[in-house]
Write a protein that binds this ligand. Sequence first.
Ligand code: NAD
Ligand code: MG
Length: 398
Amino acid sequence: MSQSSCQWITVLGSTGSIGVSTLDVIARHPERYRVYALTAHTSREVLLNQCLVHRPRIAVLDHSDDAQWLRQALDEADQPTVVLAGREALCQVAREACVDAVMAAIVGAAGLLPALAAAEAGKRVLLANKEALVMSGALFMQAVERSGATLLPIDSEHNAIYQCLPVKHRGGLERHGVRQLLLTASGGPFRTWSADKVAKATPDQACAHPNWSMGRKISVDSATMMNKGLELIEACWLFDATPEQIQVVVHPQSVIHSMAAYIDGSVIAQLGNPDMRIPIAYGLAWPERVEAGVETLDLFQIAQLDFEAPDEARFPCLRLAREAMQKGGAAPAILNAANEVAVEAFLAERLSFGEIANVVEEVVSQPYAGNADTIENILAADHWARQQAAQRVMLQAG
Ligand code: NAD
Ligand code: MG
């Protein structure tokens, strides 16, 4: 398909924070993008409204009761969108022949199989779901290579680095004269809090991110800095980097979204207001550019950019993620699964904030005999780690 003709887009997780921002950008360019499918877990009312505005061919919900409700509501509105239910339908709308691009914006491990289906089908994959690469980086990148898919990172830091690297950056950073990737982190809402205060933080405090408005899971990950740990793993896979080649830099203003440092001493950074519509528009239009509804940075208003080293004593999740990547195999999938269980328990007020890292550390330090050479084995590791983490959450609660 030529760059200028209209593209069909599937938005996986359309009712979430990234999904809503994606539809905002799409709606600004009706001549370039048409919505093929929208999907949600349980938010059927939000999905109904999105269907009425964006008129997708297909809508997907997890449960058949919700799908039946949506079918009826769309029928009453005389709208011909086909409604499907279940996980296989997510993969189906990701790999459908007429789909040009797939926004992978389901949160957590649930997003892995549909994102992989898009990669295997050779789509333009706009990857917001970092957990897919954390769990199965080697297999995911192999799928992209084999199918000839175009993988565009949507996570703002990775999108920034992508913009700072040469177009064909595969084959190791050294080959392109890159010495280091500088991954910026806001430091989250607890950057300046004491360890004692952080340990007792509530879900609402953890979700009140100073710069970004995001879903609750990634907001908690930002507060523990596990988000930066997951992003370190994500960057290793996307850019053929080792954990040692990535330096995390806390930058509280979230204006520089990340940087590439070259061997000649040049450091190239991408800057912008903290608005996910920037990387989303970049992914949709690449290699062209489209308007995203975002103002240009007002540098006079920002006035100052600060940088500091991360404090791994108060935020141990960053270290745990780096160690999991260094260990390799199923370790990152185990880390991710344990973290998902711990964060869910924290959000349900069954676990304290300080215990999230303890649960993850206890699970990743258990011996695990399985490997990560197939998706089935990765899902088995994920399952094992969830059971281990759930037991520890119960012990903590008891
Ligand atoms: P969110 O919680 O706001 O939305 C998640 C979406 O996934 C919703 O549409 C929900 O219905 C759907 N979903 C949830 N569980 C599901 C399941 N089991 N099966 C099918 N669908 C399911 O999350 P978000 O903040 O939009 O984040 C989405 C992904 O993007 C995450 O992986 C996150 O790490 C990544 N990301 C988000 C941001 C951000 O600014 N929000 C930035 C970078 C990366
Ligand atoms: Mg990010």
